[in-house]
Unconditional design. Structure first.
Length: 305
């Protein structure tokens, strides 16, 4: 699967993914109104608005990008209707030829971790038949429970040719409370990086492993060291744009061919129409504003490769 992602990045010349992380406050009024007229101000109405919003953005940008990253929590808040919208979004993105990274940040042990992996990456056996759950290509994984929590995901990835991105150094301001704590004289995130390389050795696919790492753009001084520690690991890089990461901060994420990393932008793309830079598009043309924001992001990142 990582080879497919690298191929898509090379074809599009766009090492990015669009984070489909919708909040109701992001969605233009005309979409909300139409959904609420049909289903009322209910979780079902909210989920319908989310789905229509996502669909319009995907239609506008799918020819420009290799991948998307829906954050499942934004859908779960609306209960089962939200999860249906998540499933519809995942399936629609795959129909459009996009690689889908399910941002689920799961991490448990034994059979529970296996069930998460099967539900999002593999197939569940029901009698004599097998069914895919959410059918994403990659998911994000929390490694806090150690190998017991990660190995079931790696096993499912190897069986079904899927991939994971393990949290190593995240982009949020308080990440250092745990991730930067010194253990045997080294920060915890470096110990996690070593384990990611170890887990990844069992799932190589070309130059990179199907076991990737989440490395935030907001800590550029650490990116260079982590790239040296994980030369065969693809980086999923949050924190660009709205969280303060810049293209210059990203350059050490990539290899000499401009591969080895995929940079996420969520609010910077899906709420572009709310920004002064793209205000001329207006709410009615929010998807066109998202398309222009993608074009600008690609150009910005290409400038440092």
């Amino acid at each position: 699967m990582i080879q497919k992602l690298m191929q898509k990045i090379a074809e599009t010349k766009a090492p990015i993914c669009v984070g489909l992380d919708p909040m109701l406050s992001y969605i233009p009024e005309h979409i909300l109104k139409a959904a609420f007229e049909q289903y009322g101000e209910t979780p079902e109405g909210a989920a319908e608005a989310v789905w229509q919003y996502n669909k319009a953005i995907v239609d506008a940008v799918c020819d420009l990008i290799p991948s998307v990253k829906p954050q499942i929590a934004m859908y779960e808040q609306f209960g089962i209707h939200g999860l249906i919208a998540y499933e519809k979004t995942v399936n629609y993105c795959k129909e459009k030829g996009l690689i889908v990274i399910g941002d689920i940040k799961r991490g448990d042990i034994g059979s529970t971790s296996t069930a998460y992996a099967i539900g999002h990456l593999g197939e569940v056996k029901i009698g004599s038949k097998a069914y895919r759950g959410f059918d994403t290509d990659f998911v994000t994984v929390n490694p806090y429970l150690g190998t017991d929590g990660v190995k079931p995901f790696v096993d499912v990835c190897n069986e079904y040719d899927r991939g994971i991105f393990v949290l190593v150094k995240t982009s949020n301001p308080s990440s250092g409370e745990f991730q930067d704590r010194l253990i045997d004289g080294r920060p915890l995130y470096e110990h996690v990086a070593e384990k990611v390389s170890e887990w990844g050795a069992a799932s190589m696919d070309g130059d990179y492993s199907n076991v990737g790492a989440v490395v935030g753009a907001t800590y550029p001084e650490m990116i260079r060291d982590l790239r040296k520690m994980m030369p065969k690991t693809c980086f999923l890089v949050p924190g660009y744009g709205a969280q303060g990461g810049t293209a210059e901060d990203l350059k050490y994420c990539f290899d000499k061919d401009g591969l080895g990393a995929v940079v996420n932008s969520s609010r910077g793309i899906i709420t572009a129409y709310k920004k002064e830079q793209y205000a001329s598009f207006g709410p009615e043309h929010f998807a066109d504003a998202s398309r222009q924001a993608v074009i600008d992001m690609i150009s910005d990142i290409q400038g440092v490769l």
